[in-house]
Design a protein around this ligand. Sequence first.
Ligand code: HEC
Ligand code: HEC
Length: 240
Amino acid sequence: MNKLLTTLFALSVACATGLALAQTAPATAPAAAPAAAAKPAAPANPKSLEAKIEMCVGCHGIIGYRASFPEVHRVPKIAGQSAQYIAAALKAYKTGDRKHPTMRGIAETLSEQDVADISAYYQDLGKAGRAPLAETPSRNPSAQVATLLQKGNCVACHGANFSKAIDPSYPKIAGQYDDYLFVALKAYKTENNAAMGRNNGIMGAIAKQFSNNELKALANYIGSLDGEMETVPESRFHRN
Ligand code: HEC
Ligand code: HEC
């Protein structure tokens, strides 16, 4: 893993240098020249946004890309998710409140500035192409799921359309991949396991009220809804 990350870093720094050169070219218009002359020397190796994101697109930028731990599921959509939640999730991986080994290893390499830049970037990624979401869910739950939603009071925090949480550090969940939602919900029930599970007082108490079959029914319904998140393919990132 470490070796892979080092390689990725080396690659992304190489790419970023190329990108940075390409992108600064139009900005050096005559009007900007005096300001540029007054600027202090840039740090030796500034990490561009492109370099920071390069580490993520290999998984979060490939439509249908699957992870196999702790079971096969699609890698979550993060483009369009709220920035404060992305930052909160990255922090939870970093501190170990979320024990997922891969994301933990990645989050540990990010500085606070990296987290802030990356979270803001993903919140806006793809936004321009998305129609505004209706206030109510795009389809009604079955009677069984309606009862489960009521028992867990899910709308109270995640919003009537499951995409408008009461707090920006709470996730949008409408339209997230159902297999990922199921894995995430089960993780809140997992305790005393060094390699998996999520410590979260709020969702822990909620998830533990449900059987895995019930969590699956909830995940299937919420995942089937229209939402504001998507997987934006890597090629689109490079084209922009
Ligand atoms: C090797 C594949 C891989 C790479 C590379 C990767 N991720 Fe992830 N990411 C995952 C998987 C798998 C999960 C689900 C983890 C879990 O179950 O908690 C995840 C979860 C997340 C989550 C939580 C999503 C949610 O809805 O709670 C965020 C945020 C995230 N990743 C951001 C990033 C960022 C930012 C980068 C780059 C700096 C990155 N990831 C790189 C595979 C990856
Ligand atoms: C009291 C507020 C509250 C209620 C009620 C609530 N949630 Fe949550 N939910 C949260 C918070 C906060 C998080 C983020 C926890 C974290 O940081 O891991 C979360 C996270 C989640 C996640 C993980 C999303 C991801 O991208 O990883 C899922 C899935 C979820 N909730 C589904 C539900 C469902 C289904 C219900 C009803 C059965 C429900 N929640 C009820 C506050 C709530």
